[in-house]
Every structure is written in structure tokens, then in C-alpha cells.
Write a protein that binds this ligand. Sequence first.
Ligand SMILES: CC(C)(COP(=O)(O)OP(=O)(O)OC[C@H]1O[C@@H](n2cnc3c(N)ncnc32)[C@H](O)[C@@H]1OP(=O)(O)O)[C@@H](O)C(=O)NCCC(=O)NCCS
Length: 156
Amino acid sequence: MALDYAILPARLGDLLAVHALEHRCFDRDAWGWFDLFSVLVANVVRLKAVTPTKLGQGGARLVGFVVGDPRPSQGFAWIATIGVHPDFQRRGLGAALLAAAEAQLTEPRLRLTVRRSNAAAIALYEKFGYRTVTVWERYYAGGEAGLVMEKPHGAG
Ligand SMILES: CC(C)(COP(=O)(O)OP(=O)(O)OC[C@H]1O[C@@H](n2cnc3c(N)ncnc32)[C@H](O)[C@@H]1OP(=O)(O)O)[C@@H](O)C(=O)NCCC(=O)NCCS
């Protein structure tokens, strides 16, 4: 059955839910309270994926989050974070969030970093047209390398 969801702007009121999601998605790479607070008030693209809760419970559950950080003076924007709750992965939410963030960014190039071992994310990014342009050795906690992936805006 198709997943019922919406992609909406994320706001400061989403801080608790985004923090919980980060820890489910990223483990030791999860952003802390300060970084999440900063990004939820900054002039960046920040979007959430929400699904309706069970009938009669009202509200909506935040199950995905993406941040696009524009750097106009440098000619590119960073996809700074993207995560989908494990219970909702492989149902199109990651692709929907990434597409929605890209659509709101206007810089000519888009960049991101990803752990070399993160096959799921790398597959998503390659599907969207990102290609590895450099490797940052020992970039992540634990010493793993980060792939820097990039694409011209609109490619993929
Ligand atoms: C990466 C992530 C955001 C993908 O979200 P998702 O909602 O599962 O992705 P989608 O269902 O939209 O998948 C889109 C495409 O990405 C690729 N993909 C996603 N997950 C994959 C996996 N586990 N294995 C292989 N390919 C995968 C596929 O090409 C997929 O298309 P398909 O389902 O038609 O084959 C999700 O796995 C996640 O949150 N991971 C933990 C956090 C993380 O690592 N974020 C990235 C940090 S750089």
C-alpha cells in the first residue's frame, strides 16, 4: 500500500522530534541539541516528512528530515543532513525529501559528504546524479573516510 505522507517546512517546534529521529538514523553521527537548534532557526532549507498518526490520535509523526545549506558566495549548496526513520525507509521518503530540498536550492552545484561504507545513502545520491569528487580521509568519528559527492544542479 502506498505510504501516506507530506513534505513540509521544519520549524523550531520540531526540535524534539528531529532530535529523536537523528538518534534513530545516525547513532554516533547524530547532531546534538545545539546544531539542531541552530539549523531550525537558520536561513537554510529544512524540510520534514510527516505521516498521519493512527486514526483518532490526531497530529502527525515526523519520520524524515533534510537540510540544504546554501553557500551562494561559493556557488554551491550542501545537503547537510538527510535521514528517514528506519521503520519508513525504502518507501520513497528519502528520494522525496532530497528532491524537495534540491528544488528549493538555487546554487549551480550541490554537494554532500557521506561515509564510505554507507551503501544505502550512496545509492540514493548516485540515483540523483551525484558523483564522488574527492575523499576526505578520517573525516568521520571512528576514522572512516567521507566521500564528497557533487552534481550540477538539475542533473540526475
Ligand atoms: C539514506 C536514506 C535517507 C534513504 O532513505 P529512504 O527513504 O530509505 O530512501 P528511498 O526509499 O527514497 O530510496 C530511494 C533510492 O535510494 C536507493 N536506496 C535507498 N536505500 C537503499 C538501500 N538500503 N540499499 C540500496 N539502495 C538504496 C535506491 O536506489 C532507492 O530506490 P529504489 O527503492 O527504487 O531502489 C536512509 O537510508 C537513511 O535515513 N539512512 C540513515 C541516515 C543516513 O545514512 N543518511 C545519509 C547520511 S550522508
